[in-house]
Design a protein around this ligand. Sequence first.
Ligand SMILES: C[S@@+](CC[C@H](N)C(=O)[O-])C[C@H]1O[C@@H](n2cnc3c(N)ncnc32)[C@H](O)[C@@H]1O
Length: 452
Amino acid sequence: MSDLLERIADLIQQKFGIMVQTDWTVLLRNALLKLDPTGVHQEQFRKTGGCSDQFLRHLAGEVTVKESYFFRHHLHFHYLCALTQQTLLAQPELPSFSIWSAGCAQGQEIYSLAFFLLENIDPVFLSKIHLSGTDLDERAIMQAKAGLFHPWSLRHVSQHLNEKYFIKINRMQYKLKPHYRLPVNFTHASLADYCDGLPDQVLDVIMFRNVSIYLTRAARAELYSKFKRILKPAGRLLLSPSDAFPEDKAYQPDPDHNSVFRIVSEVKVRPQPEQLSLSDQRQTSRTRPGPARKQPIHSPILREWKRCSLSQSTFWPVVNDDADGLLNRLIILSNSGKIDEALRLVDTMICKNPSYFSGYFWRGTLNLSLGKYEVAANDLRYVVFHEKDNYIARYWYTLAMELNGENKRTMYHLNKLIEDLKGLNAMETLANSQTTVHELLRAALERRENLL
Ligand SMILES: C[S@@+](CC[C@H](N)C(=O)[O-])C[C@H]1O[C@@H](n2cnc3c(N)ncnc32)[C@H](O)[C@@H]1O
């Protein structure tokens, strides 16, 4: 690297905390040709050893890695949908729920979340959700604002969702359909500067995924400290598994969710259901919604779950894609009550093929039988999100939400399910199942009546 390039690279590292990489020689040389064709800034740099903040930010934006794609670490989006809905339900007085994508590249991460929120959140809450994204690269921010994407970013988007959310402009460009765009406030800035411009405790969630790996240790620590100031009590920090986790004890890892941290000074909003009788729980969840995690054994809902449980194979998919016998093993394990073993097996299946929807379906229902309603709802939501006509999954999804105390949301999805089922031939057997439309509709109607 020439002396000038080396000094510019050092300044970028010093100012933005981004670690100098070997390929910066070429990247910086090209960036200077593009951004400073007359050499004015380089001359200034030679004389003073510095340049304007804006020019340095543009240069830095040219050397950062902007690899990103839709639905990356998708379980985080399920998690955030549940968190957003639960928080807004539990605290109706909250004016907003704010989520920031720190290092947003062209917006793939925050738009993915917007899709999930649009599909899963009670529409009455949507206007309270504030989404924002910040990046050092001005071109990336312009693209994000325009909603323009290279097909490479869409490589994990199924054809169905691709057609639903995007318009193909040409072979190299897709554009977000305006109808599916929740407003996102994009800013071209360094993360540190952006944080400094925010007041204390304003954000509910910071998504800081796949950014810290490019930063120096000191820069990471400084950002984690700034995040702590701007996150609300109980605010969440979401990282990717490859990011360096914060060393600051103020961030507590969430044992149930990978790479999710919460600020420790948490305000508890959920009631403790164990001390309440069933009728109390029902009343409480209506007026002060919160999950009734451990329903007493006499709960009619739980009885229903038992009635429809794995062993009786009611509402259960017919196995027809079991090339390696894993699903059959899974059924045997489930039927003989070895649920933990079955869960381990299904985890392996999902690891082998993360876009295998049946895996999430099975894991969701297994967790449901274990009373892990929130976890179950997350998996089932994933299936429902991708397979709208998987009515069985939709049924279990509403049950998981109901058991998790999310009555309003349950009602919303149950109503939608009932409406859709009424539009089908009652005697038809549902896809991949032994259940008829009529049977499922009857069960759904019964549940709705209990909820009213
Ligand atoms: C690898 S991408 C990750 C994008 C997205 N978060 C994801 O997980 O898919 C990292 C992004 O962080 C941005 N970035 C890196 N350091 C930054 C800094 N100090 N300030 C603002 N943006 C930064 C880069 O420009 C790049 O777009």
